[in-house]
Design a protein around this ligand. Structure first.
Ligand code: 9MG
Length: 375
């Protein structure tokens, strides 16, 4: 019999004073929670669910059975832990940082012929691709996420040599522009070559499972890694989803991949976690996972959300095609930062950055609104 415990924040607030100070800041983001669900599951099934106000959490955790105590304390600490800024090693020497106490936007740059939304737009013209990257940076993207292989369902695998040819010259251009660069790849050779060319972050949708050498490469590089959940095998990420409970299973899966990375020598403060929206999930599963985003702060790492223009938006809006999903993408981006997401991976940078800035203004105003405090 294995019992597992989860602490899910269930009442979120835009300032601590709106909860008379009895709220906990989540993951160092501008988001507070005043109530939590303590869930216990046994053999895959949730067997108890207790809802506890923030002020009563220490007592509730102390009263848990011994076999759940350590996980409970770790998750409670993780929920409240401030996330360290991302530290990026700069080619040629030095370091730069990306703060995670406010939401940051990653702009997508696909050098592919077949990505679901912008496939073919940039592959054949590095000038057009560079201009698009420059526009994303100008609009406020903190990171450019560069990919040379489509991850959409059914996309043809790319030969490693072709992937390298697509991304390495672009990394050099982006680095010359001063961009912080993540490279969306599953191949250690591509990770190695792009980091050497000036990239800073590894974004692997297989969570370093595709090739066993990736773990070691990522560890020795010292680069931050984005680990995304996908239910399928590392070479077929969109199939094979079988869940007892999509939210808790994805949580356990990410915890296990995080542990594998720690064991391989990747530092905890270099690991970013991502639930992997749209990868092999039904609409209902995507929505359940999205609504449960605050739970993932209990893993103790920065949270990355990628929903931009994805099918779940089309499914909820009369089958709107990918290029007509801006409204849904921005709506989900705002919901994600409401839940404390630290990083948003998006196509529409200017619109998302504007939404984030407006959201930030509202949070700042809520934080300095003392009218809600008792006299
Ligand atoms: C490459 N790619 C496509 N979708 C993604 C998502 O949701 N997250 C991450 N990290 N990468 C993605």
């Amino acid at each position: 019999m294995t019992r597992k415990l989860y602490i899910r924040p269930i009442a979120l607030a835009d300032s601590p004073q709106s909860e008379e100070g009895e709220a906990v800041r989540l993951g160092g983001a501008m988001v507070w929670a005043s109530r939590f669900a303590i869930l216990v599951r046994e053999n895959g099934r949730v067997i108890s669910r207790e809802r506890v106000p923030a002020a009563r959490m220490p007592g509730a955790l102390a009263a848990l059975p011994a076999d759940l105590g350590a996980a409970a304390e770790a998750q409670w600490a993780n929920l409240r832990k401030v996330r360290a800024p991302l530290r990026l090693t700069v080619k040629g020497g030095g370091e730069r940082t990306i703060r995670l106490d406010q939401p940051q936007v990653m702009g997508i740059l696909n050098m592919t012929p077949d990505s679901f939304s912008d496939g073919g737009r940039f592959l054949d013209d590095v000038e057009v691709a560079s201009a698009h990257a420059a526009a994303m940076l100008e609009a406020g993207a903190a990171i450019v996420d560069l990919g040379g292989e489509s991850t959409r369902p059914g996309a043809a695998a790319v030969w490693e040599g072709d992937e390298l040819k697509r991304v390495v010259p672009m990394v050099e251009r982006l680095a010359a522009m001063g961009a912080a660069i993540s490279v969306d790849t599953r191949r250690p050779a591509v990770m190695e070559a792009t980091l050497a060319a000036g990239a800073h972050i590894i974004n692997d949708v297989s969570a370093l499972r595709y090739d066993p050498r990736s773990l070691e490469l990522a560890a020795s590089s010292g680069a931050p890694v984005m680990l995304m959940h996908a239910p399928g095998k590392a070479d077929d990420l969109h199939s094979g989803a079988v869940f007892d409970d999509v939210v808790l299973d994805v949580f356990d899966w990410l915890a296990a991949r995080r542990d594998a990375c720690l064991a391989a020598g990747i530092a905890a403060d270099r690991i970013i976690l991502d639930p992997g929206f749209g990868f092999g999930l039904t609409l209902a599963q995507n929505l359940a996972l999205f609504n449960a985003l605050p739970l993932f702060h209990a893993l103790g790492h920065p949270l990355l959300v990628g929903v931009s223009r994805k099918r779940m938006i089309g499914a909820l809006s009369n089958e709107a095609p990918a290029h007509e999903r801006l409204g849904g993408s921005v709506a989900l981006a705002v919901k994600a930062i409401d839940a404390g997401a630290h990083l948003l991976r998006v196509h529409d940078v200017a619109e998302t950055v504007q939404a984030v800035r407006v959201w930030r203004g509202l949070r700042d105003a809520a934080l300095t609104d003392f009218s809600q405090l008792p006299d």
